[in-house]
Design a protein around this ligand. Structure first.
Ligand code: TRP
Length: 351
């Protein structure tokens, strides 16, 4: 069975963009068709300035929202990255396979570090090396497919390159993964700036609908979305980015086709009203399930405990194999546990 791995970074509240572009597809398709792992990548949340208490809160909230969105632990594995040591263990090896030039070429690093420096801030070294950790996330599980947004495909490509290079140098160890993209709704744009993606951001952006926004807040954000000059409702990302974004959101929420929907509207106002309704109705069941899960923290804990145990069992042998292949001496097993200490022939160690 195809193995799928994806991650969500707990650096902000999850948005409608995360849901329509990724989470919904994970629940509706991936967990049924593949052996899927979904990871809250909290270590990645340390690459930019962060508040420890907030990171902890957002990590738990992301886990709860993943479950609320319909991930079923009978079908897939949900866990927190820092609960499984193998990510950090393999990340170092990835740093020893990647080059600094390769890391510096990453678009996301260039953009984020430039922005940081512009504001006089310093850039954490981990922001540069982050793709090595991301490669480790993927390769540790022998993932075949990695469903990600467009902005992450370069990182998945790098993970591919590192897998191929490692296998070539040290012997076949890793499955070479590929990035995949969901069919619809993969690009929900910011309602105030429809040329930028609706990412999680640290402010309470009026252009971002958060999954836990109250219905009236979500509705107001959609009603205040910027539209384009002109009055006809046309689906065209280039010339009508605002209206096109609304059509895409409406289509993603109702299962329609954005082009067809465009033809059925003669005013922006009606389109906004229907989109607002559709967004509120999409969020409602998710928020209800989230609410119920919050009342049962013991359950969420047990999901994360089991998820980490399952993930560890999958990753451990692969990371051990990578350590051995690259030349790290395997730790002798404890006395009495299988092979006793000191039984390896000296000649073996001298290789
Ligand atoms: N870098 C991804 C993001 O910013 C999150 C991520 C980390 C990830 N590790 C991953 C995604 C592994 C897919 C697979 O969104």
């Amino acid at each position: 069975m195809t193995r799928v791995f994806s991650g969500v970074k707990p650096t902000g509240h999850l948005t409608l963009g995360n849901y329509l572009g990724a989470m919904r597809q994970w629940a509706a398709v991936d967990q049924h068709q593949a052996d899927a792992l979904f990871c809250i990548v909290d270590l990645h949340g340390l690459t930019v300035e962060h508040d420890p208490a907030r990171l902890r809160r957002l990590t738990r909230q992301a886990a709860t929202l993943l479950l609320a969105s319909g991930l079923d632990t009978e079908l897939c594995t949900v866990f927190v990255q820092s609960h499984v040591d193998e990510h950090a263990r393999l990340s170092w090896v990835m740093e020893c396979v990647a080059t600094d030039g390769e890391m510096r070429r990453m678009i996301q690093y260039r953009e984020k570090s430039a922005r940081e420096r512009e504001h006089g801030g310093s850039v954490r070294l981990s922001l540069l090396t982050y793709p090595a950790l991301m490669a480790a996330d993927i390769l540790a599980y022998a993932a075949d497919e990695v469903p990600v947004g467009e902005d992450q495909t370069q990182h998945v490509e790098l993970a591919r390159d590192l897998a191929v290079r490692f296998n070539h140098r040290y012997g076949h160890t890793f499955v070479v993964p590929r990035a995949t993209r969901p069919a619809v709704g993969s690009r929900v744009m910011n309602l105030q700036d429809p040329t930028a993606k609706m990412g999680k951001s640290d402010d309470t952006g009026p252009g971002i609908v958060y999954l836990l926004d109250e219905p009236d807040v979500a509705r107001r954000k959609v009603m205040r979305a910027v539209t384009d000059s002109g009055t006809e409702v046309v689906h065209d990302r280039e010339t009508r980015p605002g209206v096109t974004n609304l059509l895409e959101i409406l289509a993603a929420c109702t299962g329609g086709d954005p082009e067809t929907l465009a033809a059925s509207y003669s005013s922006y106002g009606a389109l906004k009203r229907d989109t607002a309704d559709a967004v509120v109705e999409t969020l409602r069941p998710l928020q209800e399930r989230h609410h119920a899960l919050c009342a049962d923290p013991g359950y969420v804990d047990s999901v994360l405990r089991d998820g980490a145990a399952r993930a560890r069992a999958m990753a451990r042998p692969i990371v051990d194999a990578a350590y051995a292949a690259i030349g790290l001496l395997p730790a002798p097993e404890a006395e009495g546990a299988g092979q006793a200490v000191g039984t390896a022939a000296p000649m073996d160690l001298a290789r």
